[in-house]
Write a protein that binds this ligand. Structure first.
Ligand code: FAD
Ligand code: NAD
Length: 407
């Protein structure tokens, strides 16, 4: 019997975990497995806000794929996916194409910009090693430039973050820690720098535990973060951001707008003909989209309903990892000739968000609230647990967050 070709697109949380599980559980005689990714490295998206603020070097965040994937078992193709042709079982890449019997789509997210004027042209987003590095360097450039100009431009020192969701909050937490260092480095008084977080909802982290939200806002405000709540961003230009609050238009002069106000699935998937709902592809309980029995979608590209809550699961690494492990299991079943696939059931373990390196908030184990050092330690445990699953103790020692007592 011909060995099936399994092709995995994207080496993020979903793609890497699918590949690692298949590498462990199936033999080279069972299937040909190919992993296609833009870069030669995997990166931990959940650390990118630290790279963007400059509190963690991006080499800590990226992991060469070959350090984890055994290339005698899995073929790696470093290339960019351009289009999926599901009716022909083909994927077009920048430098060629691949054909498949089974496809796993794990191409991640992109910023949802909601058609806001000037956003695509003038705002930064935290989406990859390259985009995070650009933000860090842009901020540093503006600090360096500030003191060299005879006409001091305050907009160089105003950093505006769009959205106080988890990404926005985690990013301003890192900025609050980084800015004092930058001020010392570039001879700039701290009180001339503003970190402003603009959020459309009346509260930061809408929907999260109000007590923890209050704790987070106090912690961030104490370190100089300003919040503009009930403030809907309307426009971004090269040197200002416009928002609407109480029916009034207000402006903030800024050269640095970081948009962290929403994500959608990678548009390549929708453009390849899969029917999308707000940029994510609805899948059945076995994570295959309707009408495509040879395609699995995992991670941020997939829209999976949480039947209990009657709404989709949020796009998180936690869920991407679980979906990947589940999909690897279902692929093993298909390879063995089984027709019945197991339904995916998410096991939500909670949410922990950092507020910089030494503070955090979280809800874990069915409503146990954490804040301060215990939440910070839990965040590191979560990060290290992922590395352990991915590459064993060696990877934890190499890339893990082991400074548990740095509070
Ligand atoms: P990704 O991990 O984004 O991986 C997609 C991969 O596909 C990447 O390697 C990319 O290079 C590759 N790729 C993309 N396009 C192409 C192409 N055209 N061709 C080839 N390769 C391509 N979730 C949590 O659960 N906990 C957290 O603490 C948390 N923190 C976060 C912090 C930040 C700053 C951000 C932005 C998100 C955070 N999330 C967190 C959400 C989480 O990162 C995502 O849900 C998760 O990354 C989704 O995994 P994925 O595999 O779908 O996509
Ligand atoms: P999000 O959609 O969760 O939050 C976006 C925020 O931007 C919302 O509060 C929204 O009200 C606000 N917003 C939208 N449009 C706006 C506008 N025009 N003006 C001002 N504010 C506006 O997006 P996110 O924070 O990027 O998170 C994406 C996903 O990643 C979520 O599922 C999140 O749970 C996950 N994530 C998790 C963690 C963690 O667990 N520690 C960290 C980061 C991200």
């Amino acid at each position: 019997m011909k060995k099936p070709n399994i092709v995995i697109l994207g080496a993020g949380y979903g793609g890497m975990m699918t590949a690692v599980k298949l590498q462990k559980n199936i033999g080279v005689n069972d299937a040909n497995v190919t992993l296609v990714n833009k870069h030669s490295y995997h990166y931990q998206t959940t650390w990118l806000h630290e790279n963007a603020a400059g509190t963690l070097h991006h080499d800590r965040t990226r992991i060469p794929i070959k350090d984890v994937i055994d290339t005698s078992k899995i073929k790696l193709i470093q290339d960019t996916v351009l289009e999926i042709k599901p009716s022909e079982k083909r994927v077009l890449l920048e430098d060629g194409e691949v054909t498949y019997d089974y496809l796993v789509i794990s191409l991640g997210f992109e910023a949802a910009t909601f058609g806001i004027q000037g956003l695509k042209e003038h705002a930064f987003t935290i989406g990859s090693i390259n985009s995070a590095r650009l933000i860090r360097q842009h901020i540093e450039y503006n600090f360096a430039k500030y003191n060299t100009e005879p006409d001091k431009k305050p907009e160089r020192l105003n950093i505006v973050v769009g959205g106080a969701g988890f990404t926005g909050i985690e990013f301003v937490g890192e900025l609050a820690n980084r800015v004092p260092d930058l001020c010392r480095e570039y001879d700039i008084p701290r009180d001339q720098v503003r970190i402003i977080c603009v959020e459309a909802a009346p509260t930061a982290l809408p929907g999260f535990d109000p007590q923890l939200v209050e704790y987070a806002m106090n912690s961030l405000e104490a370190r100089g973060v300003e919040f503009k709540l009930s403030a809907m961003i309307k426009e971004v230009t090269e040197n200002k951001l416009v928002f609407e609050k109480d029916d009034q238009r207000e402006e903030i002069g800024t050269n640095t707008v970081v948009w962290a106000a929403g994500v959608r699935g990678n548009s390549i998937v929708e453009e390849s003909g899969f029917e999308a709902n707000r940029g994510r592809i609805p899948v059945r309980e076995d994570l295959r989209p309707e009408g495509y029995d040879d395609v699995f979608i995992v991670g941020d590209c997939a829209l999976v309903m949480n039947e209990e809550a009657e709404r989709p699961y949020p796009p998180t690494a936690q869920i991407a990892i679980q979906e990947a492990e589940h999909t690897a299991g279902n692929l093993e079943r298909l390879i063995k000739g089984e027709r019945h696939l197991e339904p995916f059931v998410a096991d939500l373990k909670g949410t922990v968000a950092s507020l910089g390196d030494s503070d955090a908030i979280g809800v874990v184990f069915d409503d146990k609230k954490l804040y301060g050092w215990s939440a910070t330690a839990m965040k590191k445990v979560i990060d290290n647990r992922y590395l352990l699953k991915l590459g064993g103790i060696g990877l934890v020692l190499k890339k893990g967050k082991l400074n548990f007592f740095h509070f």
